[in-house]
Design a protein. Structure first.
Length: 259
């Protein structure tokens, strides 16, 4: 079954000035969903829609009648997202020529059963973890890019990921792509500027740390040691999980029968 987001993405690309072809299904091989052209360039697009977090829904629906419960949703790297990235990488790489771009387009809504999809997707693609520390005696908790296993590093065939949440677009470029420089000046990149995630710009603005080293991502102490050397003005204590919180209150809606 084709993703329900394909047609909305096709319409969005056409509104951005692209000529878009919807790729027919082939039962014998996996293909990308769309082929978009503009200004002499071609981009193949694979669409993934996230309409429901089944685990979150199950936890919300398990709250007892009349009770109130706070539920924490992890915002770290997610295995189901990694599975989508892996499949998309294979499909895009099989269709595109060496000089054609490959784009993964995630669609999601901040609905009742979906929490902070942009954070989850970013953490999965960029290996983002939360690091706890201090500067001049003031406690700090910041994103640390490439502190974990980044799917962009594993799947370099993907040039970038468009994240569409409630209609708002954000583009994360893959710094490990062999077409990185060309993609940075491509029509799809220009179409959404300035809504581009540039981790090195975020680092300059003191909004994140970056582990740009081949350190073992399973060795937290080695990563912390690297951070202490790279950012000597800061003290780094530990890594911790990131969560989004949602509060559920259930009510007994059963009608009482009169006597």
């Amino acid at each position: 079954m084709r993703d329900p987001g394909i047609e909305p993405v096709r319409e969005r690309l056409e509104a951005l000035g692209f000529q878009v072809q919807r790729i027919a299904e082939n039962p014998k091989e996996r293909r990308p969903d769309l082929r978009a052209s503009k200004s002499g360039t071609t981009a193949w697009v694979e669409v993934k829609t996230r309409a429901l977090d089944s685990e979150l829904r199950a936890r919300m629906e398990s709250v007892n009648v009349g009770a109130t419960e706070s539920i924490l949703v992890p915002l770290d790297k997610r295995n189901w997202l990694s599975s989508d990235v892996k499949k998309a990488s294979t499909q895009l790489d099989a269709a595109a020529k060496p000089d054609e771009f490959r784009l993964l387009w995630f669609r999601a809504d901040n609905g009742l059963f979906v929490q902070d999809p942009r954070e989850q997707i970013g953490a999965t693609l960029l290996g983002i973890r939360m690091v706890f520390g201090s500067r001049n005696g003031e406690r700090r908790v910041k994103h640390c890019v490439y502190a974990g296993f980044a799917d962009f590093h594993r799947y370099t065939a993907i040039d970038g990921a468009m994240i569409e949440v409630d209609g708002a677009l954000t583009l994360i470029s893959n710094p490990f792509s062999p077409r990185q420089q060309a993609f940075a000046t491509s029509p799809i990149h220009k179409a959404v500027e300035p809504a581009i995630v540039d981790v090195y710009q975020l680092e300059c603005e003191d909004r994140c740390y970056i582990v740009d080293s081949d350190i073992d991502r399973k060795d937290d102490e080695a990563i912390l040691t690297f951070l202490r050397t790279k950012y000597p003005t800061d003290e780094f204590l530990r890594f911790g999980p990131a969560f989004a919180g949602t509060t559920v209150t259930t009510m007994d809606a059963r009608q009482r029968k009169g006597t």
